[in-house]
Design a protein around this ligand. Sequence first.
Ligand SMILES: Cc1ncc(C[n+]2csc(CCOP(=O)(O)OP(=O)(O)O)c2C)c(N)n1
Ligand SMILES: [Mg+2]
Length: 793
Amino acid sequence: MSLATSSSALPPPSEARQGTLDPLRLRMLTELERKVLWLSSWTIHNANHLRPSRDGLKVGGHQASSASVATLMTALYFDVLRPQDRVAVKPHASPVFHAIQYLLGQQKLEKLQSFRALGGAQSYPSRTKDTDDVDFSTGSVGLGVALTSFAALVQDYVRLKNLAAPGTKPGRMVAVVGDAELDEGNVFEALLEGWKHDVRNLWWVIDYNRQSLDAVVSDRLYSHIDDLFRTMGWRVVILKYGKKLERAFAGPDGEALRDWIDACPNSLYSALVYKRGEGWRRHLEADLGKLPGIRAFLAAHDDESLHAVMTNLAGHDMASVLEAFHGVADDKPTCFIAYTIKGFGLPFAGHKDNHAGLMNEAQMATFQESMRVPAGAEWDRFAGLDLPEAELAAFLAAVPFAAEGARRRTAATVPVPPSFPVPAGRRQSTQEGFGRILSELAASDGALAQHIVTCSPDVTVSTNLGGWVNRRGLFDRHERSDVFREEKVVSAQRWQMSPAGQHIELGIAENNFFILLAALGLAEPIFGARLLPIGTLYDPFIARGLDALNYGCYQDARFMLVATPSGITLAPEGGAHQSIGTPLIAIAQDGLASFEPAFVDELAVLMRWGFEHMQAPDGGSLYLRLSTRPIEQPERAMSPELQAAIIAGGYWLVPPAPDAEVALVCQGAVTPEAIAAHAQILEDVPGAGLLVATSAERLHRDWLAGLRRGAESHVARLLAPLSKRAALVTVLDGHPAALSWLGSVAQHRVEPLGVEHFGQSGDVPDLYRVYGLDADAIIDAAARAALAGHRAS
Ligand SMILES: Cc1ncc(C[n+]2csc(CCOP(=O)(O)OP(=O)(O)O)c2C)c(N)n1
Ligand SMILES: [Mg+2]
């Protein structure tokens, strides 16, 4: 099998913790491993074969993927982990995770029995939907792995600032990783970023079964895997052969046997695992039969025991696994590459098609017999185990990981001032306003400022975070000087790096950015520390990290995403940087309250509200789509009613007359065009209204909720004064579908304006004209709408 053992880096025994290989403990863990394998397999079997199906769909579940990690996860949860450790379990090992929690008394039987059914244990571990203390949700492979690296960084951030609850011990951030997860580029992006930040206390345990979903992985692919981790400053521990195989290697001609397995291609090894004893015998006789030691070895084993020896990989050998885990006592990031067999102990072990394979009834009956679980005792915690129940129960009651029960932490709410001052200036962009509001907060140094942490994927300056960073500094685990400053080179950016810094500067990779936001946004439940993370990036590049953004929202991480600049308003930068679809992402993304303010006073209201929303139990994250376009600011007092309307998604800048034929609805940077068009339209249509939408997403969400509750929504109230004959012209610098639905609220005709095609370089007047966003286009649309209205009546 690929990956030479010579590079194995098990630390010397002196580093190893003593006393872990006590024979009784080893036996106990081996018994529990058997139970974990049984329960995970049975949970899936029950869901697929025993629970009545109402829709004819296969329920699924991954018996082979689960079996692959039964030993590793048993060792981790029942022996190695401590309450402060946090784990991202590979998605397809969800049944193993739930089985372990069940044995620890932290998962209910009904949840296992309703695995993959509504309200049951989730297919993939979920922080929000599961009830048995999932640390990090997983599902989209690769993301959970990366999250542990950023969680390790956040752990240091809160620890070095004393933000966590007193007495909180540093824990290890552990990922149990499927080997095919390493195909995901985001894992390597995270590795590099983690190296830059010198992350500590990070363990990645790779379930190296050499199988993905479709196939057995290429031998060549993995030949450099340990080099790669070492290059990034990691310790690599390879768990290749178990104790039985090591004993065979130590026997006569054992070296030849080791060479044979080392050279055995992954696909042949897998096929022989599936074929079992007879297959091993035939190949070993053909290849090594001339050697007397091998002939004696084959003669000494019947097919069953030969199979047991030849499949004794270290990832299924409890003693080897414990030795490896306990051999690491420092905080250096460590990657364990554990050789395993997909489906180990099950009839389809090693078969390349086993990913979605399920044991049939007959196979399950045989398996049940081999597990010595009597019929009717399938869910029993101890049935079929060889040790006395009382001893097993006592052992489970003393498992260190579970010593504190559920490990969800809380932190006190940080008070938010009743209002933020609006930065002065007749003409401003929302992006500039954002930078100035944050700078002001930084200067105030209040409790709010102390809990804010910012980050950006290499666009800190161009998204206007520079002022904040100059005041609050860059976070680094180590004190570092600003060389430019020391050398007296003039620069607007004074970037002092220290543990006190409150900005985390990232490389360009947007995936890392979103995963860091997720990790920062989980600081309360994971570390008991209140953080208010703000992340800035260019709006179009949300798409690059979209899965990671969704991932953060899915686990209810709380952050403020500030995307700037946006739309074709970014004029000369051209089509590659101009976002079109993000307003639709804003509407569709659950857990993300999204706004596109036009004016800076709106932004001040929204940021203030956002800090509360991020801390509210039923709150969520925020997305602010901002612009670099300086526009004329209104001179107005911010009344409580206006504030509420801005937060609810919109307000009438000019209310419509009851019989007005047309109303304009605008969102974001194109508001000046709507104002100009409105002034002209008034000449022909007195009483035409002008509605400023601050959030298509809030309006839409509240509209649907209102329909279902039979209650009035904010948008229905806004549109109520319009006559039925009135038409709406909607306009935004983004896809028109973001606002065109407004016509359904009270059955108004709609002329939706927006951007449907890729952008290009130009200036704002040219681009607004070409894409139909300028005042003329709005007036034309209003005329079309009015004409259509006349025809209809
Ligand atoms: C981003 C993403 N792409 C595709 C999938 C579908 N998928 C689920 S498991 C899997 C292969 C997993 O192989 P590996 O990580 O080696 O896990 P194993 O089952 O072998 O333990 C794939 C492609 C997914 N869950 N996430
Ligand atoms: Mg695999």
